[in-house]
Design a protein around this ligand. Sequence first.
Ligand code: DGT
Ligand code: CA
Ligand code: CA
Ligand code: ZN
Length: 577
Amino acid sequence: MKNQEIAQIFYNIADILEMNNVAWKPIAYRKAARALESLSEPIEDVYKKGGIKSLEEIPGIGEGLAKKIEQYLNTGKIDEYERLKKSVPPGILKIMQIQGIGPKKAKKLYKDLGIKNVNDLENAAKRHKIQTLETFKEKTEENILKGIELLRQKTDRMLLGSALPQAEEIVSILQKISGVEKVQAAGSLRRMRETVGDLDILVASKNSKPVMEAFTKMTSVKRVLAEGETKSAVILKTGLQVDVRVVEPSSFGSALQYFTGNKDHNINLRAIAIKKGFKLSEYGLFTKKDDKLVAGRTEEEVYKRLGLSYIEPELRENTGEIEAAMNGKLPKLVTAGDIKGDLHVHSDYTTDAHNTLKEMAEAAKKIGHEYIAMTNHSGSEKFIHGLDERRLMKSLKEIEKVSKETGIKILTGTEVDIKTDGSMDYSDEILSQLDIVIASVHKKFKMGKQDMTERMLKAVSNDNVDIIGHLTGRLIGQREAYELDFDKIFQACNDSKTVLEINANPERLDLNGALVKEAKGYGIKFAISTDAHSTAHLNAMKLGVAMARRGWCEKESIINTYSLKGLVKNIKGGGKY
Ligand code: DGT
Ligand code: CA
Ligand code: CA
Ligand code: ZN
């Protein structure tokens, strides 16, 4: 479906025209772009039906634009756009993707400061050149730098949740090639970072040629960047870059170790090797004296020869894992198999969710969960038809019925809004009747650190609140976390035995690994939850488990590894856990 591609070109044309002071035309292009975006049918199909004439029937598209669409569908290019692109520096279009910078501002930046691309802009903001410009008074340099960071996250890095299935597919393709002994995705993906820059895939084989051929000819490849004997790189149609390296089976372990990283972990490890009289590289662990290979086939043997216990990839961020491995102090990390239920699940009582209670329950049972908690939004979420107290109480009866019918325990619950003053969107009387109360912030994000912290502290200290949902509110690449005093909040959570959620939604991953680790230091426990709004979302649990692992969590820290009996006792018995 080419609707989005053409819409993007029209938006770009509009921006360039506006920079060139052309009147009216930009408005027409933007209107047409919006029409294309809201078209439910592929534009190719519209064109096939009746050519230019049917294109012209789309509101906002006249003969001129219809011809441009036709040209794109036939040749993959629009002459006018190719010509206009040459009238501005190539990096300028990217600058206009930064929030708050439109054609007028981009032009001023270019004319007055010679800013041609995002890097120039970043440098200028850091050197405080921007505040000298008239039109930029209200747009602070700090905001521009934040905008650049968000843009980079969004365009240069891909969500872990999107990259994982692509990596799995490539691994399964390469595994089938004859002569291949092992295939493994390494890099940030294996460490389960929230976003990945590119995929690094490692293959153990004595015959690299068929591997490279199969890799570069995959149907998902858009462009081959490099094709060599043992190393190739491609860009997939999704925009993800993938590097594949073929290594000798005898050094697969050391290569895997090297390419899993991260870089600082590797540097630290190499220093230890040197201290012990070795040399460590992607080719293996060698004695310094006579260059003899002593380990390399597996990662385990490399770590072992260095006097370390095996370090799980999620821990390899050089944040103390090497020291812990030396002293036998590494945690025994929670695994996806330890998870017994999902404590944050939505159903179509609210319009943002897509499946019925029963469908959600059946899907959760199929996954193997022992229990779920039905936690729909509260009434102040008017836009999505949040449940007022009456509808909530009515839903409890259906929950009981479906629980019996499906044979999976459905706990009653809510995801109740934390209001601006920190109070709850339901009365205490209602909340005290529910099995699981998750309290979350869904609006009024920009309150300032102190007010937001107080709002949160009040929620944490509420006896009826069991879990705080997606604490920081960030959406990766879209919205920054709100400002909070984590020290105060973690302290309070531990005092009141309030559980923190590790939200597994691929765009949230909130808390992330670093915050989990910090919170864990206060004695806090966590619930790993999918926040599923459809049955498919229930499968995101593994992403949340990854955040828990990156936060050094053992099974005991995660309340949904407990059996139902243990869970209820911990959440509702006396103290909360
Ligand atoms: P990414 O792709 O930005 O999400 O992050 P990574 O960690 O996958 O980084 P990438 O793809 O640049 O390189 C893969 C691994 O290769 C990295 O985690 C560690 C290793 N590596 C890359 N460059 C260096 C280096 O200069 N020194 C050392 N020791 N290791 C490196
Ligand atoms: Ca990478
Ligand atoms: Ca790479
Ligand atoms: Zn939710």
